[in-house]
Design a protein around this ligand. Sequence first.
Ligand code: BGP
Length: 468
Amino acid sequence: TLKPFPADFLWGAATAAYQVEGAYLEDGKGLSVQDSKNHSNAFHDTSVTSDHYHRYQQDVALMKELGLKSYRLSISWPRLYPDGKTLNPQGVAFYHQLIDELLKNQITPLVTLYHFDHPQALQDAYAGWYNEQMIDDFLRFATTCFTEYGHKVSYFMTICESNNVVLYPDLIGGVPTGIDVERWRFQVNRVMALANAKVINCCHRLLPQAKIGPCIGYAIAYPATCDPNDVMAALNEDEFRTFYPLDLLCLGRQNPTVINYFSERGLDIRLAQDELDLIASAKADFIAFNYYQSDVAKYCSQHQIQTQPKFNLAGQKGRYVYPQFPGLYAGASNPYLERSDWDWEIDPVGIRLACRKLYDRYQLPLMITENGLGAYDELVDGQVADDYRIDYLKKHLQQLQLAISDGVPVMGYYPWSFMDLMSTSNGYNKRYGFVYVDRTDTDLKTLQRYKKASFYWYQQVIQSHGQS
Ligand code: BGP
């Protein structure tokens, strides 16, 4: 039988600082690695985005109208520490104002400490996450967040999708020239795991009531067929992309298959025992995971050529090119699933499977901190009829309720995104929000907000506590 959503379920929605705030050089803010990307490319222009920095009161009023119980925001590190070292009181003040506004409207903040936007100064000084110095700098920033906002915020996430940023280095400033990408991946993963642990321990010390967890992106892998070699390929993908990083973060343990794979290729990825002990000492209160799609894995022999995925940035179906990882797996399409215009396969059942797999392995409560459909939305007479988005979210919520009924403790659900924002790879062509942001004005002064059809649908879902 179907269990209801828990009484204190966090009905939420999510954004990230550099994707919504704009005001990228205001009030003492320093440049982040996102701001340093080429602004002549509209897909990377962080200068205005949705101008949430100046319009947060209006936006929180919309959150209130939507009925949100919780809002996932991220704190921009270079707003607080423009050069990575010196505190900027104006940056601190902004998040006090935003958090106060949320609390005034009975909206519980969930704060992401790091969402892809470390200070460019730290990238220039020592290559950012590639360097262990990042651990203390991140800890300083996180400690400020705990001491400043900890009496108002009960939920924190450490690093957004640490497993994906190591796969796609451009998300966080790229691999410095002359450094081997595999070595970079291993080192960033290690530095992030150590930073994650220190930040969790610090949070528990300073704020015994608060809850904090790591965050991953999880595209669960299905075997292409029941050929045991394909089943092995799917296990390989799950272990390499998700379980290796999460085992390390949550259990302080390194997956032996992954260790062996790299040692055969001349890279010793074993961490020192005292590092593993430190990591194991940090007990996450929950696992946050972002779920958009599932993957298919098929056998890939040692002798095939290694290729990276080619993303469909054009937003026209059928352009995605699947990767090949010799000896591990190759990607393939799923004939049973529909896909978005950007070739993200739409798989509601996958969210239930993902919940079951994660809970089974880690026995920690889960939060779904992103889930949503990127689409070309059209504003017609002040309205956006995004029925496709309603359909996507509705089906995922139904499966989430089934996961809860299976016995998985799920604390909250945060669709991506509360409002339209700058997509990581597609600017404003690809939108996710419940609230449409009109950017047709060339000087970007108006940026009028409109409630989409999905806004009214989600409002109803929250009001009825999950009857979608
Ligand atoms: C996640 C990121 C988000 C977000 C989302 C959608 O990985 O945490 O910041 O943007 O993906 O991705 P995209 O904007 O590329 O469609």
